[in-house]
Design a protein around this ligand. Structure first.
Ligand SMILES: [Zn+2]
Length: 421
């Protein structure tokens, strides 16, 4: 089989690290860590900065109707179809400066490295900074990749934040017109690969002492909301035996989430939000609301976990005369990555003299939406202490540069193998 020559990053990757530094400066200084939330002026500035860098790098670039920044580096036309790479530049509140940004800055660097090395791919290379990947105040994530893949629905635009504002009405802050967002849906039938570089956001690579992670699957997520309805009574005069304490039924259910999710190495369960009403020390709760989720790369396990939680919540309610409503919110199925692309990336990693582990992603990514339509691969680089979505998030420069080199050469190799000879 014909193999592509391996290419290095020009200037030892200095420009890539400079770009990350610049993006790290475009943040809300009033909060600790790094904050560039979607739907804010800062995020608009960040995406326009990416647009300018793309144009500077010689890409034909624009911002689409869903706020995605898209740049195309033309190939020589000898291969059919396109290759895509990218990530996101929005952050969570008080997050880190690497999540998403590493993938976008590296994708840009891939385009620049190709030009610097005089390499013209057989395929057009599409570099993308997806709009609003992190969960926004309307409970939505991966907005840009949903729109690009045609998966954004009117129900998403109607999703309300705590103040009752619909997501569609909040999009003005991002300079996105909700009525035109569907125009961002792209025909992806000619895309032969989407490859995303990202920080791991977990402890596995560090624990195993490997430099590169090749992602086998992206986790499924099954979020739920449960409401427990009991009876409000006096905390001092109501005997324990006759209480209908909604808070206790909710607490039992929270513990059941922990027990169920502890069954498997790869399963996760979290009850991230609980509200007692009334919220008072000396009153028995009338209602309690719990929001939580299960995650696993195994769809069958998620189905099993749902059943077990429903039984557990019913039992917790029944023993206290408390009514239980358990509602499953729109979920995401686990998504496998492309085995042929993982194979190519694995060869590139070995060729570059780097070590790697295969692992699944417990975090959601734009790649999960892309993978539903195009062959997709994700490459991880280590996160120090496994920390992410916090100011302590850190990845060594050497690891970022190694990841960018893997991304670059994987894309070149994919193009060479798909070239029409
Ligand atoms: Zn991310």
């Amino acid at each position: 089989m014909r193999m592509a020559q391996r290419i290095g990053l020009p200037d030892d990757g200095e420009r890539l690290l400079d770009d990350l530094e610049t993006l790290a400066g475009l943040v809300d200084d009033s909060l600790p860590g790094w904050t560039r939330s979607a739907l804010t002026d800062l995020d608009v500035d960040g995406r326009h900065w990416v647009l300018a860098r793309m144009r500077e790098a010689g890409l034909d670039a624009h911002i689409d109707a869903a706020g995605n920044v898209i740049g195309v580096l033309a190939g020589n036309g000898s291969g059919r179809g396109r290759i895509m790479t990218g990530s996101h530049t929005d952050t969570v509140l008080s997050g880190g400066r690497f999540d998403g940004n590493v993938g976008v800055a590296s994708a840009l660097e891939v385009a620049r490295s190709l030009r610097a090395s005089g390499t013209t791919l057989a395929h057009d290379l599409v570099v993308i900074d997806f709009f609003n990947e992190e969960v926004n105040p309307h409970g939505l994530s991966c907005v840009g990749s949903r729109a690009l893949t045609g998966a954004l629905t009117p129900a998403h635009l109607a999703a309300r934040n705590q103040e009752g504002t619909a997501f569609g009405d909040a999009l003005g802050g991002a300079r996105v017109d909700p009525n035109r967002m569907h125009e961002a849906a792209m025909d992806l039938s000619d895309v032969i690969a989407y490859v995303e570089l990202h920080v791991e956001q977990g402890p596995n690579l560090e624990a195993q002492g490997t430099q590169i992670g090749l992602v086998t699957d992206i986790t499924g997520v099954a979020p739920f909301r449960s409401l427990f309805t009991g009876r409000q009574d006096h905390a001092g005069t109501t005997p324990m035996s006759v209480r209908r304490d909604a808070g206790c039924a909710a607490a039992g259910t929270v513990l059941a989430v922990e027990t169920i999710a502890s069954e498997q190495e790869t399963s996760r369960g979290t009850s991230g939000s609980i509200t007692f009403t009334p919220d008072a020390v000396n009153v028995i709760n009338e209602t309690a609301e719990v929001w939580g989720e299960f995650r696993s790369p195994d769809g069958e396990w998620i189905a099993h976990a749902r059943e077990r939680l429903a039984q557990a919540a019913e039992a917790e309610g029944a023993k206290r005369g408390v009514g239980v409503e358990l509602e499953w919110l729109p979920s995401e199925e686990p998504v496998p990555m492309s085995e042929p692309l993982l194979g190519i990336a694995g060869e590139v990693v070995a060729d570059l003299g780097l070590s790697h582990s295969r692992l699944y992603s417990g975090a959601g990514h734009d790649a999960a939406f892309m993978a539903l339509q195009v062959p997709t691969a994700m490459v991880f680089v280590p996160s120090q202490g496994g920390r992410s979505h916090c100011p302590e998030e850190f990845t060594e420069s050497a690891d970022i540069l190694a990841g960018a080199e893997v991304l670059l050469n994987t894309i070149v190799e994919i193009s060479v193998r798909h070239a029409v000879r």
